[in-house]
Ligand binder design. Structure first.
Ligand code: AVJ
Ligand code: FE
Length: 432
């Protein structure tokens, strides 16, 4: 763990790009070509599409835009433009073969490092940070594709260590008052995290950890999936149409719940944060528990407001970049750590695991902050505002360090379960 500001920007960019590439290759070198070109789910691209798309975005933003270089492969722009081809149509496109895609990636990366070395004033290196985050995000998407594929396991990683014995109290108090949401100063924050603005958040009590599998099983056992009053009306329709009875990848063997995780079947670990639930399920659980999902502002205040100084931190624990003691990130483990892990990563309010482990659904719709300006990649977030997307916060075990901080905003549709999402609940602490 290092102070991000202490690392020269060129070095920081090189480290972030290289870390992303190691994951990209680990996620694709383990599969035969037939599995890279196959579509494992209509929700996902064939992995070979992700590969070349990562290279194409890097060519567009780092070689052409930052480096002022002429196009290498302008013919690929259309093929790998996510907005031209829905995921389900991508296998039928005349895509680069796995071999061609790997070569293209490597060639673009060589040029990108040349550009980085040759840029006289890298400034804040924003485009390099943006592209490193882009690749890391696709690494998480590709990991979700691995979870959806059938067949024998190809990925392996050690389990995270058990939680320490000092379990936090079940909920923590976040005091009422204004705090600074979003950022103007984090050099690699993306457009939707800006600008910084003051938000008044009344006092509330937040779960100190994400909701566990054991707690979620109590909701199931109590008939939570059969009781419409716990569900949002759209959620009830969805749960009925899809016949939902448990999180994705779970099945029952007599009295025990089993789950499939990256090609292996195992008992559902009771103390782990629940994973692969939709916003509708998270929302229903919270109502059943007599609680609610936190708003995005509540989540961010819990994660970064320091009452001692009145300022907002970059990470719950401060401004030091994430290490393994702070948060379970970066696909080091292929599952969440048990609830109560990572006391060194606790926020000032005492909540743990706000970053890493599982993305956390919030009550909020995805929208712009006051004064938002799309930059520089208009399609990154602006086109998703004002639709049905719900905000998720915090990052998962599959999220890379460079794409994870207390201001980072993710979003997805309320019915989606293929992402590494769980949740925590809260309740208002002030009357009225
Ligand atoms: C921020 C995860 C919703 O995967 O759709 C990747 C990230 N944007 N390439 C997505 C993204 C363009 C994005 N999410
Ligand atoms: Fe992309």
């Amino acid at each position: 763990a290092i102070e991000t500001t202490a690392v020269p920007v060129r070095e920081r960019a090189r480290i972030a790009l290289s870390a992303a590439r190691r994951r990209t290759l680990a996620l694709t070198d383990c599969l035969p070509d037939t599995e890279l070109t196959a579509q494992h789910s209509p929700l996902m691209s064939p992995l070979v599409w992700d590969l070349a798309h990562i290279g194409n975005q890097e060519e567009i933003w780092l070689l052409r835009r930052a480096g002022g270089r002429p196009p290498l492969r302008a013919d690929l722009d259309h093929l790998y433009d996510a907005f031209r081809h829905p995921r389900a149509d991508r296998p039928a496109l005349p895509l680069l073969s796995p071999r061609q895609a790997r070569r293209y990636l490597a060639t673009v990366r060589d040029h990108a490092f040349d550009v980085l070395a040759a840029t006289p004033h890298p400034g804040d290196g924003f485009l390099f940070g943006m592209i490193a985050q882009h690749e890391q995000q696709h690494d998480e998407t590709m990991l979700a594709t691995h979870q959806l594929r059938s067949g024998p396991a190809v990925l392996d990683a050690p389990a995270p260590p058990p939680a320490p014995g000092d379990a936090p109290p079940p909920e923590v108090l976040v005091p009422g008052g204004p705090f600074t949401m979003g950022t103007d100063t984090d050099p690699w924050a993306l457009d939707n995290e800006r600008p910084a603005h003051r938000v008044h958040v009344p006092a509330f009590r937040l779960d100190s950890t994400p909701v566990t599998n054991a707690a979620y099983q109590r909701f199931i056992a109590d008939g939570g999936y059969e009781e419409p009053r716990w569900w949002h009306p759209d959620g009830w329709l969805h749960r009925t149409r899809e016949e939902l009875t448990a999180p994705a990848f779970w099945h029952r063997d007599g009295a025990t719940w089993l789950r499939r995780r990256f090609g292996r079947t195992e008992p559902v670990p009771p103390d782990e944060p629940v994973l692969h639930v939709s916003w509708y399920e998270a929302d229903a659980y919270a109502r059943w528990a007599g609680r609610r999902l936190p708003t995005e502002a509540e989540w961010e205040k819990a994660a970064r407001h320091d009452p001692a100084t009145g300022t907002s931190r970059t990470y719950p624990w401060g401004d030091t970049s994430p290490g393994p003691a702070h948060a379970n990130l970066g696909q080091q483990h292929l599952q969440p750590a048990p609830a109560g892990s990572c006391p060194a990563g606790a926020a000032p309010c005492g909540a743990r695991q706000l970053l890493g482990d599982v993305w956390e659904w919030t009550a909020s719709d995805f929208g712009p902050y006051p004064g938002f300006a799309a930059h520089p990649y208009r399609e990154y977030s602006e086109v998703f505002f004002g639709s049905r997307y719900k905000v998720l916060r915090g990052g998962s075990f599959g999220t890379g360090q460079v794409a994870c901080r207390a201001t980072f905003r993710n979003w997805d549709l309320p019915e989606r379960r293929q992402i590494f999402a769980g949740f925590r609940t809260c309740r208002s602490a002030e009357p009225g």
